[in-house]
Design a protein around this ligand. Structure first.
Ligand SMILES: *[C@@H]1O[C@H](CO)[C@@H](O)[C@H](O)[C@H]1NC(C)=O
Ligand SMILES: *[C@@H]1O[C@H](CO)[C@@H](O)[C@H](O)[C@H]1NC(C)=O
Length: 226
C-alpha cells in the first residue's frame, strides 16, 4: 500500500512529500480477493444462505459490489459491509498519512481525520463502491457525507471533491430494477445445479430485494447540496 510507505517515510524523515490519494483499488490483489470473498459471504449469510442470494457479487478488480436477496431486503448496516468498511479504513489511513506530510497543525489534522472517519458507524463517510452489477465500475469518489446525512467537510484523503455538486444527480447504480434481471440471467447462464432449471424459467418473475445504500446516499448528497 503506497500510503503506508509514505506514512513511514514521512514519520521517519518529516520531509514534505506529495499528498496521498486513496482509492480502494490500490489494495493489493490478495487483499482485494479476500475482501471480495468476505463481501460475498456476508451477503449470502444476511440473505439466509447462498441459495437465497441471487445477487451477491464483488469484482476483485474494481471492488464494485452488490447484494440482493430473494425474500428480503438485506438488513446489514451499510457502513459495516466489508467493502465500505475497508473503504473508510483506507481513507482514514490516507488522511492520517497526509497529516504527516502537510504543514500546519498536525494534531488538529489528526483530530479531523478521527472526526470525519468514524468507520463502522452511521457517521462514517458514504462509500461509493456499490454498483448495479459486477461489470459496472464504482464511482469511488462522491460527496463527503455520512450515512446519517451529515456533511463531513474535508476527508483529506487526497481526492478532490470540490466539483461533485453537478454529478450527484447521475450517480450510477441508483436506478431500480433492470439490473436485478441482469443478475438473474447471469446466474442462470453461469451455474449448473438443478435448482437453476426452475430459476431460469421464472427468472423474469423473480424479484431481488437489493440494498438501497447508494440510492439513499445519492439522495442525501443531492439534498445536502441544495
Ligand atoms: C470486473 O469489472 C471489470 C471492469 O468493469 C470487467 O471488465 C470484468 O469483467 C469484471 N470482472 C468480473 C469477474 O466480472
Ligand atoms: C432510471 O432509468 C430510466 C430508464 O432507463 C430512466 O428513464 C430514468 O431517467 C432513470 N432515473 C434515474 C434517476 O436515473
Amino acid at each position: 500500500m503506497k500510503f503506508t510507505a509514505t506514512a513511514l517515510f514521512a514519520a521517519a524523515t518529516a520531509i514534505v512529500v506529495s499528498a496521498d490519494t486513496w482509492k480502494i483499488t490500490s489494495l493489493d490483489s490478495g487483499s482485494r480477493s479476500n475482501l471480495c470473498a468476505l463481501q460475498i459471504s456476508t451477503c449470502q449469510n444476511n440473505c439466509g444462505g447462498p441459495d437465497q442470494a441471487p445477487m451477491a457479487f464483488c469484482n476483485t478488480t474494481t471492488l464494485g459490489w452488490g447484494c440482493g436477496c430473494l425474500k428480503k431486503t438485506p438488513d446489514f448496516d451499510t457502513w459495516n459491509w466489508p467493502v465500505p468498511a475497508a473503504d473508510c479504513k483506507g481513507s482514514n489511513e490516507a488522511c492520517v498519512a497526509n497529516c504527516n506530510v502537510e504543514s500546519g497543525d498536525r494534531s488538529a489534522c489528526f483530530v479531523n481525520c478521527q472526526d470525519t472517519h468514524k468507520c463502522n458507524t452511521e457517521d462514517a463517510p458514504v462509500s461509493y463502491t456499490e454498483t448495479s452489477d459486477v461489470d459496472t465500475a464504482p464511482r469511488y469518489v462522491g460527496p463527503a457525507v455520512s450515512y446519517n446525512g451529515d456533511n463531513l467537510g474535508d476527508l483529506n484523503d487526497g481526492n478532490d471533491r470540490s466539483n461533485l455538486v453537478a454529478s450527484t444527480d447521475d450517480s450510477s447504480g441508483s436506478n431500480g430494477s433492470s439490473d436485478a434481471s441482469d443478475s438473474s440471467s447471469k446466474k442462470s447462464s453461469d451455474s449448473s445445479d438443478s435448482e437453476d432449471d426452475k430459476d431460469s424459467k421464472s427468472s423474469d418473475a423473480v424479484s431481488v430485494f437489493k440494498t438501497a445504500g447508494l440510492g439513499l446516499a445519492a439522495s442525501i448528497a443531492a439534498a445536502m447540496v441544495f
